[in-house]
Design a protein around this ligand. Structure first.
Ligand SMILES: *[C@@H]1O[C@H](CO)[C@@H](O)[C@H](O)[C@H]1NC(C)=O
Length: 452
């Protein structure tokens, strides 16, 4: 089906496709030749101070590691109160997502982490990393501040439970708040856009009735596609795709017109055959639908697509943006726009958080083997075309959040958080070992198999 779309595509697109393919492989081979000439493999590794052959696994750059999350509080009284009331239970929180903000001033990047309220005992669900070293790991502090989190569902102008976030190129953070704790819907799910430097609310959208299913929905991933990015644009012309895996669908939000619609059909559902998730030999059951998104980068000459998949499903699916972004197509329930969905293929295993590089390599953290796979979207979604770019059963044991960001030098970087989700779900967490990591690697280094 994907090929059909290609064939139907206009000559302009075909030509751009050809050019890109030629470009991609020329650059690929040039770099290989260049590498071979400049330094032999062994001296390259030697320079980095470790022996590549002692491990077949990829070492990513360590940004953070912790045995457990260390929550900082505004005061010791706040900590004691939270502990006493059961609003903080050190065995409960789990980091799910990461994103990074490089201030224009050139200061150190700010690293944000989400800690959703799967259950009770999570004092705040959006935080940044400090430089304070504590016994279990570096200390976190609440973002924007503790007041935003401390009501645990009573204050719908605050944040109830944040699963994932996305930071744009205008210094704003797009926060998806599920509004529920343990499926008790305290507030409507909401999208809150904050200016990171000032913590000013730039935009807020509460999902209207019909867009979510109280006691069933849980919104876990926002994906923001911005038509007017920074530094020249203001990041206001955007569409946001919001995944509701337990509600087995997703919501499309047109920011400019403040309108939303729901997409739900067989492609947004779990597949019972992929309801058992096995990570490093431990299994848990989950029947999650729509989970993660990526979109075709701009400027590649392709008809742009929304790539999406369910967590408990091995199917990779896409839909053209011009269709999914047009509310006229979505009034017909599960039959809506069916002929426009593109079934790309099956991968035989679950893939969790995805991300896209600007050159069109779709990245995803697969459950087995444990690592990041890359697929060039110009090629069919086949086994041969899914490259294992980074395998590491210790450090990548469950990639829950994955981002591609451009650093101030204009270089693309992959950032991820891994969290041993299977142990949290099975109650087998061992707090004497490193459980949580934030890792990064340059996109070029990852794609070309060089040290990060
Ligand atoms: C470190 O984590 C363990 C496991 O949750 C907890 O029992 C302990 O109190 C934590 N230590 C500190 C200093 O917070």
């Amino acid at each position: 089906m994907f090929e059909n779309i290609m064939i139907k595509a206009q000559y302009r697109e075909l030509f751009a496709h050809l050019l890109h393919t030629i470009w991609f492989y020329s650059v690929f081979f040039l770099v290989i030749i260049h590498d071979g000439k400049t330094y032999s493999r062994s001296s390259q590794w030697h320079n980095n101070g470790y022996n590549a052959w002692s491990s077949k696994y990829k070492m990513l750059t360590n940004v953070y590691e912790g045995k457990n999350l260390e929550f900082g509080f505004p005061s010791d009284d706040d900590r004691k109160t939270a502990l006493r009331k059961g609003l903080y239970d050190p065995d409960s929180p789990l980091p799910i997502d990461v994103d990074v903000y490089y201030p224009p001033s050139g200061e150190e990047p700010r690293i944000f982490v989400t800690i959703p309220r799967f259950g009770q005992g999570v004092p705040y669900s959006l935080a940044y990393l400090t430089n304070e070293v504590r016994p279990n790991g570096t200390e976190l502090q609440p973002f924007p501040d503790y007041d935003w989190h401390k009501s645990h569902g009573d204050d719908c102008d605050g944040l109830t439970s944040v699963y994932r976030i996305q930071i744009d190129t205008c210094g704003k953070m797009w926060i998806l708040d599920s509004g529920e704790i343990e499926f008790k819907q305290h507030c409507a799910p909401q999208l809150v856009v904050l200016d990171i430097a000032t913590a000013e609310v730039k935009h807020r959208y509460r999902l209207p009735k019909g867009m979510y299913k109280p006691t069933i929905s849980r919104f876990v991933t926002p994906y923001v596609d911005i038509a007017d990015p920074g530094p020249y644009g203001s990041c206001k012309e955007a569409f946001v795709y919001m995944a509701d895996p337990t509600g087995t669908g997703f919501v499309v939000y047109d920011v400019k017109n403040e309108r939303s619609w729901r997409v739900e059909n067989k492609y947004t559902y779990p597949d019972p055959d992929f309801g058992t998730h096995t990570i490093a030999g431990e299994s848990f059951e989950l029947l999650d639908g729509s989970f993660g998104f990526a979109v075709t980068p701009r400027g590649l000459g392709l008809r742009r697509m929304l790539y999406f998949h369910s967590l408990s499903n091995d199917a990779q699916v896409a839909i053209p943006l011009d269709i999914v972004n047009d509310p006229a197509y979505w009034g017909n329930g599960i039959k809506s726009a069916m002929e426009h969905f593109v079934f790309l293929g099956k991968r035989g295993v679950q893939c969790a958080a995805p991300a896209m590089t600007s050159s069109g390599v779709f990245l995803c953290g697969h459950l087995e083997p444990i690592g990041i796979f890359g697929w060039n979207i110009f090629t069919p979604y086949t086994y041969q075309n899914r490259m294992l770019l980074a395998e590491n059963p210790t450090t990548l044991q469950f990639i829950s959040g994955l981002k591609v960001i451009t650093n101030p030098q204009g270089k693309e970087e992959v950032w991820l958080v891994s969290n041993r989700l299977q142990k949290a779900f099975s109650g087998t967490m061992n707090y004497n070992e490193i459980n949580y990591r934030i890792l990064k690697c340059g996109v070029d280094e990852l794609l070309l198999g060089r040290p990060c």
